[in-house]
Design a protein around this ligand. Structure first.
Ligand SMILES: O=C(O)CCC(=O)C(=O)O
Length: 305
């Protein structure tokens, strides 16, 4: 476990004090399944460093960044993932939704997100053969981007509660590039239980899944820590539907883009939400791949769900 370098880290603009931040517990690949399940049941997350190979990660970086270079969003060697500060995506691409769908369905990405290894790991966590959602959330987070605090429950549990999120790092993500964080033990907090009760992001359009408080405000209120770490290529974090999470801010002065993907796995025997399965999934709001933040040109603001 490495020490967190908090100097360059920002959480919605605030530099976190050491008291409220901790390192995610790492679970090595060789950990016995019973211990993996025990940790997941208690902590609602599992972080496995180096779950995917460097080679698979590089293939995804090449594929995504080569494509973004054609729209003027990447400068230099594409696999470095350095943002130019502008975008010609709207000028170059006729159909932005189809553009994002094509990137999201790329084979290099799918052979990671839908790999046998990840299925087998999710089988352990779900305690039965798992099935992956076809709809994936590829995120290209350039300078200034962050994901606000939320839990995934209101997005993915319409058909079954037996769902988990798998989050994959496609590159180095030091703290200043905005890695994932989770709020320690927040899944047990009464305010979280209350917030997810009868809440469906798509049906309840008068409410947002994102919390209005910053991660540090919630950490102080809940007396819990923001758990994160310097993510490395191929690292995997799997977490449950209730736990609050989000990302640090990408404030990398060198304009490195954070590339990640999150995909859901569920128990294969449970019913499937048609929004996330099939050859043409509609996604949470029913608009397909075009509704994702990834589909937004890098010089435009993200929406908040
Ligand atoms: O990667 C991020 O910025 C947030 C990920 C997330 O919210 C999720 O995987 O549910």
């Amino acid at each position: 476990m490495t020490e967190l370098m908090l100097d360059g880290a920002r959480l919605q603009g605030e530099m976190p004090e050491a008291e409220w931040v901790g390192t995610m517990r790492e679970t090595s690949l060789g950990t016995p399944p019973d211990e993996v399940r025990r940790r997941f049941a208690t902590e609602a997350y599992i972080c496995v460093p180096g779950f995917f190979s460097e080679e698979d990660v590089v293939a995804v970086r090449r594929s995504v960044f080569d494509t973004l270079a054609t729209t003027g969003e990447i400068r230099g060697a594409p696999e470095e993932g350095i943002y130019t500060g502008s975008s010609q995506r709207r000028e170059c691409i006729d159909n932005l939704d189809q553009f994002w769908r094509d990137i999201s369905e790329d084979w290099a990405l799918r052979r990671v997100t839908h790999s046998r290894a990840l299925h087998e790991f999710c089988d352990i966590l779900l305690e039965e053969p798992s099935i992956a959602h076809d709809f994936v959330f590829l995120r290209v987070s350039n300078y200034g981007r962050k994901t606000l605090v939320h839990s995934d429950h209101g997005f993915f549990t319409r058909s079954t509660d037996n769902v988990i999120t798998a989050w994959i790092a496609f590159g180095e993500i030091p703290l200043q590039m905005g890695p994932l964080f989770i709020l320690e033990n927040s899944h047990k907090h009464p305010r979280v239980q209350e917030s997810i009760r009868d809440f469906d992001v798509a049906r309840d359009s008068d409410r947002k899944a994102s919390w209005s408080e910053t991660p540090l405000e919630i950490a102080r209120q809940f007396s819990c820590r923001v758990l994160t770490r310097h993510m490395r290529p191929g690292d995997l974090v799997v977490f449950g539907m209730k736990i609050l999470h989000g990302s640090l801010d990408n404030v990398d002065p060198d304009q490195h883009i954070r590339l990640t993907c999150d995909v859901r796995y569920q128990a294969g025997s449970e019913s499937r939400d048609p929004r996330y399965f099939g050859p043409n999934p509609g996604g949470t709001m029913g608009q397909g791949y075009g509704e994702l933040v990834g589909a937004i040109p890098l010089d435009e603001a993200w929406h908040i769900r």
